[in-house]
Design a binder for this molecule. Sequence first.
Ligand code: NAG
Ligand code: NAG
Ligand code: NAG
Length: 282
Amino acid sequence: MQPYRHLHSKSLKRLSLIILVLLVVVSWFVSWPYLHEPMDQLMASLNTVNIPQRKKSLIFVTTHLSETHYTFFEKCWPSLLAKGDIYRQSDFLVLITLSEGTEPNWEFLNATFANTNYTAQVVKNPGYHQGAVLALTKGYLNNWFDDYEWVIRVNPDVLIRNDSFLFERMDDAKIQGVFADCFNRDCPTGNHCSSAKIHTDFFAIRPEAVSLQDVMEANKAKIHAELMATQAFSGIVNAGTDSWVPGAGPHNGNCRIRGEASPVIHTNVIRNVYPACLSWYD
Ligand SMILES: *[C@@H]1O[C@H](CO)[C@@H](O)[C@H](O)[C@H]1NC(C)=O
Ligand SMILES: *[C@@H]1O[C@H](CO)[C@@H](O)[C@H](O)[C@H]1NC(C)=O
Ligand SMILES: *[C@@H]1O[C@H](CO)[C@@H](O)[C@H](O)[C@H]1NC(C)=O
């Protein structure tokens, strides 16, 4: 009996060890997805709670690719594109107006916008149209804005040095446009600012708040870009869904956005912003 007993307890030990190992392996396989699924769901729901459900925005850059514009692209844009959230989270459309016999430096443009989703459109010989007018009419005629919740218009030398004001407004469903006034006329309410003359070097709109018809009528009625934009966006201002760039100005009637405290700056002198632009989003 003894040897048998001995053998029995030995094989029993071995068997229970095998069963134990099997149990551990099986339970590891079984529990893994069940443990992780709720965790994943929890993480996903935490993410959707914190991130506002805003569709993408489009930064619409208009340029005639002058030497100055190339310089701004070269000196400041790589840093802004890499570090500024508004740049990092947007798609880009570069509308290039070319004069006779010139070609864009595609290698340079492709390299500058390499890590973004960017499209370029070329318009040859735009004639009397000012960049901003062309940008609006082309954009609406060709449905370039359809997929975007916000369209932000700039030139290569119009730089957003602090994007907080923009995110605050873009996330506010009651706001349809963010503008600057060439005259900084008093508007204590902060909306319904119907005496303002709207800058065209920088503005941000919900494209759905403006129709092709608004743009075409304004285009017919006004030659100057700012008057055209002021008319095209009057629906937003009349509805009181207008909002204004904080700290911009004084502009004294000059329609170039600027000011010590302005979060957006338009200067055609690179040393006014470079190398400062390299650390705006640090
Ligand atoms: C620039 O990018 C466009 C689109 O991705 C491509 O078709 C074109 O060949 C590129 N040009 C150069 C010079 O890299
Ligand atoms: C990239 O931009 C195009 C518009 O030019 C848009 O249709 C597309 O959805 C964008 N892709 C991504 C991944 O955002
Ligand atoms: C950006 O602007 C916000 C106000 O909109 C301000 O609180 C913040 O300090 C500014 N950031 C920088 C880096 O100046």
